[in-house]
Ligand binder design. Structure first.
Ligand SMILES: [Zn+2]
Length: 98
């Protein structure tokens, strides 16, 4: 399964999750090529906690003030959908559990 996450454009294996237009996208962190996309709705049952930021671009860490919401995807999906409807990409960063 691991080569599924390798970028076909540049060969990088560094993927980062973003959300846009109802899609959950794994994007190459080196060149920005879309590696795999799936429906964002399909992920809402996940228990994982995320921090959602306005995207700063491939390979860039969003600034703290770009935070949109944090919590489980079900909790933050409304805020994410409102933001992506304005044309923004949302960068998802996994929350570290204590
Ligand atoms: Zn790439």
């Amino acid at each position: 399964m691991s080569d599924m996450l390798t970028c076909t454009a540049c060969g990088s294996d560094k993927a980062e999750p973003v959300v846009h237009g109802g899609s959950y996208i794994l994007r190459c962190a080196a060149c920005g090529e879309v590696i795999v996309a799936t429906s964002f709705m399909a992920l809402l049952d996940s228990e994982d906690e995320w921090a959602a930021f306005i995207d700063a671009g491939p390979g860039k860490i969003p600034r703290p003030e770009a935070l949109v919401a944090r919590g489980s995807l079900r909790q933050i999906s409304t805020a994410i959908n409102v933001t992506t409807r304005k044309g923004n990409f949302i960068r998802l960063i996994p929350e570290k559990r204590e």
